[in-house]
Ligand binder design. Sequence first.
Ligand code: S3P
Length: 184
Amino acid sequence: MTLWPQHLILVGPMGAGKSSVGRSAASFLRLPFSDTDQMVENACRMSIARVFAEKGETAFRMAETLALHRLLSIPTSVIATGGGAVTREENWEYLISSGLVVWLRVSPEESLRRTEGDTNRPLLLQGDRLDRLRELQQQRESWYRRAHRTIEADHRSVPDVTREVVALYEEWRNSLDQNAKVPV
Ligand code: S3P
């Protein structure tokens, strides 16, 4: 067994399925599951939409970084991050060294389909949603590319993507255990 952190961390745009897949993968792997958005809501005692409206995006990002640090310092777990958590260099310093980072990649069209009617995503409340999602994808693509692994998640079900995530994670953990073995 390796002693360093072995979290399974899901990154990707809004509607990529990070929370649903994360929850399902955690149950497969018998690990605790956490969601940075949920942590921010609990810490601020208000919805994400209200945090943005009353405190502003900068305050939200600070709370998100704090949540991430807290989660990454607990024993191995599955963590779903908010779509913009990847955009702070400070977050990456922790993410990349705390486990396996998997990018659930979806197109802006798929994100749109999956977030339709949602009112708790403030970045999508102004202007044309698809344009906004395309713009965010362009701005963030290079950040997401830093992930250790990528899964193409367009048009795929939660169980299907979960299977692939779990397989990647188990393969990665096995490789860590192999490397940690002391030859006799
Ligand atoms: C955001 C994504 C949201 C949430 C907040 C900001 C973003 O999380 O953190 O609305 O910047 O892309 P999901 O990706 O879980 O929707």
